[in-house]
Design a protein around this ligand. Structure first.
Ligand SMILES: O=P(O)(O)O[C@@H]1C[C@H](O)[C@@H](CO)O1
Ligand SMILES: O=c1cc[nH]c(=O)[nH]1
Length: 345
């Protein structure tokens, strides 16, 4: 019955997304009322409270060692110690480098009115892979470069949020990217995430099979973020757009300045223009995985990235360290405001 609604609309893509969504929750009522994938995502987000991960195996594990974070959940039946340490978390911020995440933790400390002057403590230091800082109800975690490193820490952080019984947490990536037809320094809040085949989906091999999952971010969150950003106040544009995510910074993003390249500049430009036609205004390396994994987990998420270069004009990131620092700070402003509004500060 529900399948008929989507097929009759003539949009197979939506039908496929709905059928995946239906596996995740009882959405019958929503589908009858409205057959729009974005409103469904938003409704699914509004419905969840604690983090209910759809992995039945977790319930059978007496303990769980979050290996890359070096955090031990010694007793999954009684996680009171984890709840004491992380139970108040409302926002998980993620970004590539440990130093930027430390910087963000410092910035948010100030914004949230905490006068503590001590150095933020890396709670995942013993894992020697990622950095994890906590500033009140905000976690700031580094994820490395690309979906493969980011997905490892995201799986573990989602489990941490579940064990800590965090209520309605949101995960926000704060990153850098290449722009497609927008001025460097523009902040892009991702709507739909496209993979390197220019498909709005996340594709991964699982058990030897090609698994394809939807890759969108909840529009309500995007609108809330955009409402708090104005060019006249900020001095830069913050826009909603689609994002392409690649598994490689060089060939995967159509650069001609990698160690190898067997296409020419014209082919690169044709590809970038094709991406632009799809509403893609930035290219980074995590959005499809982040949107897809958080959708599967039923946790709200957003991706806020500043463009360092306009790829229609070139491949090299040539901005000065000062400009880079200034640009990297822009998503901090946006996310800081959003977090303050979320926490009612
Ligand atoms: O969050 P960051 O700025 O590290 O993310 C982008 C996407 C890749 O991970 C990396 C490539 O330089 O930067
Ligand atoms: O062009 C760019 C710049 C930053 N990060 C990317 O992934 N691509």
């Amino acid at each position: 019955m529900i399948g008929c609604v989507a097929v009759a609309s003539g949009n197979i893509n939506n039908f496929y997304k709905l059928s995946i969504g239906l596996k995740r929750a009882n959405w019958q009522l929503c589908v009858v009322c409205e057959c729009n994938i974005h409103s469904l995502i938003n409704k699914s987000c509004n419905m969840s409270k604690g983090v209910e991960l759809k992995n039945p195996n977790l319930a059978r594990m007496p303990s769980d060692y979050l290996y890359h974070l070096a955090i031990n959940v010694a007793n999954t039946a009684d996680t009171s110690d984890i709840q004491r340490q992380f139970g108040d978390v409302k926002v998980l911020c993620m970004g590539g480098t440990p130093s930027r995440m430390r910087e963000l933790a410092r910035y948010l400390r100030n914004e949230l009115g905490n006068s503590d002057n001590s150095e933020p403590v890396d709670l995942a230091e013993a894992g020697h892979r990622y950095a994890l800082f906590k500033e009140g109800p905000v976690l700031c975690a580094s994820h490395g470069v690309g979906s493969s490193t980011a997905s490892v820490v995201l799986h573990e952080l989602l489990k941490l949020l579940k064990y800590a019984k965090c209520q309605d947490p949101i995960i926000i990536r704060i990153g850098t990217c290449g722009g497609v037809g927008v001025a460097p320094g523009t902040v892009v809040v991702t709507k739909d995430a496209y993979n390197g085949y220019l498909r709005n989906e996340h594709e991964i091999p699982i058990l030897g099979k090609r698994v394809v999952r939807p890759a969108q971010f909840p529009e309500q969150v995007i609108q809330d973020i955009l409402r708090l950003s104005k060019r006249s106040d900020d001095g830069f544009d913050t826009i909603m757009a689609n994002t392409m995510s690649s598994d490689c910074f060089y060939e995967g993003q159509g650069r001609i300045d990698g160690a190898v390249c067997d296409y020419d500049d014209a082919a690169k430009m044709e590809f970038l223009k094709e991406a632009h036609k799809l509403g893609i205004r930035n290219i980074e390396m995590e959005a499809t995985m982040l949107s897809s994994l958080t959708l599967q987990a039923g946790v709200k998420a957003a991706d806020i990235c500043v463009t360092l270069v306009n790829r229609l004009n070139g491949d090299q990131v040539e901005i000065t360290p000062e400009t880079k620092k200034d640009y990297e700070h822009r998503p901090f402003l946006i996310v800081g405001r959003y977090i303050k509004a979320l926490l009612g500060k």
